[in-house]
Design a protein around this ligand. Structure first.
Ligand SMILES: [Zn+2]
Length: 350
């Protein structure tokens, strides 16, 4: 006897496999059967014409401030999202020294267009380190799940203070300290690390973001914090120096690949869109991401995905994390022959 049976729907189970028609049965608050559900149920829901899913994961959000005062995490929860990943694009509110709080608010306001007045009035500051930030968030209930990524800009300001300007290079000591702080956060449960390299992203004062010109040495040095960990993702938003010229694309993408390599092969997601200044750039991103993935796989044979049998009607598939799957999906260049990335001068050398 089930407590609940959802019948006649189209099941999309979140594993990346094909959707299929089937029933879902719940007992004691847990899904106990998917596909064939032969037992009677105390309650039955007719889901014909609807999708039946375990939920939606939004891997790119900026709730970092709102999550400290809003239990509902609206509007994502209203839209059916069940897990949000925060701390993207290098901006966020931890770690932070008390005297840098306003600077981080101005960064978020400028980069993500979230009103600084709302952030200043709303954020319930009560943390300094990243683990303290996560503990503060855990102390209040939330309608949906969330995961926190450590943002590069906040990390840089925390470690380097006034020197964390776009034009200032991090010293070896700075990099070592940023790696140490990130490692501490990851071990405490942070989901990853994000960085932003966009010339369009400015603080509310019009200043470049602190990490926008970080050197490869810094990016790779920080990413080494992931080595040996079984969890953790990287995220990057970059315009790949689009205003300088398309020839900058590949050197900029090289930096992201170096981060992945330095992390020991952890998954990275790269924000992708069609930009007016370089309409073909999104194709180059997909093409490079696909090549990067193949290279990392070859270099790390021990990290080949394991497989398991999933729900009825599904094929065998990877059990790697949702973030990893999302990255893999976005990395597929569907029109290889038309891929503009293959035609750029710096690509031909590769
Ligand atoms: Zn973003």
């Amino acid at each position: 006897m089930y407590d609940l049976k959802i019948v006649g729907g189209t099941v999309v189970d979140g594993s990346g496999g094909q959707r299929f028609d089937g029933d879902v049965a719940v007992r004691d608050g847990r899904v106990v059967a998917v596909g064939e559900c032969p037992e009677p149920a105390a309650r039955t829901l007719d889901a014909r014409g609807a999708l039946v899913t375990p939920g939606w994961v939004d891997i790119h959000t900026h709730y970092d401030g709102q999550v400290s005062w809003d239990e509902e995490l609206a509007p994502s929860s209203i839209h059916g999202v069940t897990t949000v990943a925060m701390g993207n694009c290098g901006v966020g509110f931890a770690p932070v020294e008390p005297h840098d709080r306003q600077r981080l608010v101005e960064l978020m306001e400028g980069v993500e267009d979230i009103p600084g007045s709302a952030l200043s009035e709303g954020i319930r500051w009560g943390w300094r380190s990243f683990p303290e930030y996560m503990e503060a968030l855990d102390r209040m209930p939330h309608a949906i799940d969330f995961v926190c990524q450590v943002p590069h800009d906040a990390l840089r300001v925390f470690v380097m203070g006034e020197r964390a300007l776009a034009t200032e290079s991090a010293t070896e000591e700075d990099v070592a300290r940023m790696r140490e702080v990130l490692r501490e956060a990851l071990l405490a449960g942070a989901a990853g690390f994000s960085t932003g390299r966009s010339d369009n992203h400015r603080s509310a004062r019009g200043e470049a973001t602190p990490a926008s010109e970080a050197a490869g040495r810094e990016l790779a040095g920080i990413a080494a914090a992931f080595v040996g960990l079984r969890h953790g993702v990287l995220q990057a938003v970059s315009d790949f120096d689009i205003l300088t010229g398309d020839e900058r694309f590949h050197p900029e993408f090289d930096l992201l690949e170096e981060m992945v390599a330095a992390s020991g092969g952890h998954a990275m997601s790269v924000s992708t869109m069609q930009r007016d200044h370089s309409p073909e750039q999104w194709r180059w991103i997909l093409e490079r991401a696909e090549r990067c993935r193949a290279r990392v796989r070859r270099a790390l044979p021990g990290r080949r995905p394991r497989h398991r049998r999933d729900a009825p009607g599904s094929r065998r598939r990877s059990t790697r994390s949702w973030a990893s799957r999302a990255t893999r999906r976005s990395a597929t260049c569907r029109s290889r022959s038309a891929c503009g990335g293959c035609a750029t001068p710096s690509s031909r050398r590769a």
